[in-house]
Design a protein around this ligand. Structure first.
Ligand SMILES: [Fe+2]
Length: 488
């Protein structure tokens, strides 16, 4: 697997350094029992996961020769410890792993050797591909480290960061109307590094649809919860209801009600829920139930990519990022290094897609309606375990979250988790049919968005019981009315 073009040697080295610095920042304060943590199916023992990063980088950048041969590792038993394809998840707590310092020493030796190789050989086609693969793999695990710290109630990894202006940007209600049409779903061959599941762009037809300008917010989701959404069987799919019955879920996983106010656990603290942040840590079943309650639905991934990558009047052109081809910055999206947590859904206006959808990158991953599957003509890349084992029983998510490295993303990027996962940084945005031309609301959610706008007062900072009790209230005369769509 090679790349005809891509980063130069200095950029490759910088990508590897950046990923490693992030790993160390996430790992350095862990000690004692935290390094193994409890046995959960949704996390890895941190000590194992750190060592696995060194193993992966060594495997592809130093040991893999492209003809089926594999050079020996510099670490005894490396494959027996860290090969995620062969070491069963449940056994990773029982392995005689090197201790923390020895693990970090292994990572450093591997990185030193890889950097030496890049310095010696330059950015060859082989190294362009595999050094990027190793850097992106490490960045993905860093995102996993971050939600693992939330899952396990460890300290927040980014305590020092401030949300700044993004903290009070508010709601961003309303839909955009997208006419659809034929477009090319997936990555074009000249994209540069892509994963096998993005290959290759192929023609699909997208019907006209409406898409919310922003992901569903906490205040919107609270209205569903307070309307007995988790107890109403008719709102749930069969699989979703089975999950709900088994887990007893009655609200998003980290939510708790105290004195009539919804709070949430944020790493090792309990805080008020910001009303206009996107709802996060909801699984696909919860997203689907909300949609049914609101008279909405999840977007297909073709609709999501159409809304993120195409531009009115330029149907044949696709953008690398929702805002265009300019490199991501803190003005465009809440990705890793910007805020360190979610921000209000109205923030990052400069990142709007060509159709006016906000935050299609950043803040939260967005569940789609589609199962993860291969595009026509799919062929697995050398890292065969990346995509193919997960086809069929994982759902596609799009867009990236506040913990995703910007360089990882493009509008064709497909993430995937099983529909029951609530630990990941996922939310959703909704779609609806194109409304009738008489201007009547297309759905209940459009009504609820109007209500939300009506009750939002300057300075409202928490999701109070008062804010959620307005479900069903008609906006007062003269209340601000969000646009119901963008005329095209
Ligand atoms: Fe991995």
């Amino acid at each position: 697997m090679t790349l005809a073009a891509g980063p130069d040697a200095a950029t490759l080295c910088a990508m590897l350094h950046d990923a490693r610095a992030r790993t160390l920042a996430l790992a350095r304060d862990l000690s004692g029992e935290q390094l193994l943590g409890p046995r959960l199916s949704i996390v890895n023992p941190p000590l194992w996961e750190i060592g696995h990063l060194g193993w992966f980088q060594e495997h592809w950048c130093l040991r893999y020769e492209g003809d089926g041969r594999l050079r020996p590792s510099m670490l005894a038993h490396a494959d027996d410890f860290y090969n995620s394809a062969t070491v069963p998840h449940a056994t990773r707590w029982d392995l005689p792993l090197p201790d923390f310092d020895a693990t970090l020493g292994y990572l450093q030796r591997v990185l030193d050797r890889v950097l030496e190789r890049i310095d010696r050989e330059g950015a060859t086609e082989h190294l362009r591909y595999f050094a990027q693969l190793a850097a992106f793999h490490e960045e993905m695990h860093c995102e996993a480290f971050t939600y693992t710290r939330q899952t396990l109630g460890y300290a927040a990894p980014d305590r020092g960061r401030q949300a700044g202006a993004a903290a009070n940007a508010g709601a961003w209600p309303g839909d955009v109307e997208i006419p659809g049409g034929e477009f090319m779903l997936g990555a074009a061959p000249d994209t540069g590094f892509v994963f096998d599941n993005e290959k290759w762009a192929h023609a699909v037809e997208v019907r006209p649809f409406c898409m919310a300008r922003a992901p569903v917010t906490n205040v919107e989701f609270a209205a569903f919860v307070d309307d007995e959404g988790y107890r109403r069987r008719e709102l749930w799919s069969d699989a979703g209801w089975q999950w709900r019955e088994q887990t007893g879920a009655h609200a998003p996983v980290y939510w708790q009600k105290r004195d009539g106010e919804w709070l949430q656990r944020h790493y090792d603290t309990v805080v008020p829920i910001p009303p206009h942040h996107p709802v996060i840590h909801v699984n696909c079943y919860e997203a689907e139930a909300y949609c049914r309650w609101a008279g909405r639905r999840l977007p297909t991934e073709a609709e999501w990519e159409f809304a993120a990558a195409t531009t009115p009047g330029l149907a044949g052109c696709k953008r690398r990022h929702p805002w265009g081809d300019a490199a991501p910055s803190a003005r465009h999206a809440n990705l890793f290094g910007v805020v360190g947590a979610c921000a209000d859904v109205a923030a990052f206006a400069e990142g709007d897609s060509g159709w006016g959808c906000r935050q299609m990158f950043g803040n939260v991953w967005e569940w789609t309606a589609d199962w993860f599957g291969p595009y026509p003509g799919f062929e697995a890349d050398p890292y065969k375990e990346y995509s193919a084992p997960w086809f069929g029983d994982h759902k596609v998510l799009r867009g990236g979250c506040f913990a995703t490295r910007a360089g990882l993303l493009r509008t064709t990027w497909r993430n995937f988790y099983t529909p029951d996962r609530r630990d990941v940084f996922a939310g959703f945005r909704t779609c609806a049919p194109v409304p009738p031309s008489d201007g009547a609301p297309a759905s209940r959610e459009q009504g609820s968005r109007l209500r939300d706008a009506a009750v939002r007062e300057p300075g409202a900072a928490t999701l109070s019981a008062g804010a959620t009790s307005v479900s069903g209230v008609t906006p007062p005369e003269g209340a601000p009315v969000p646009p119901s769509g963008v005329a095209l």
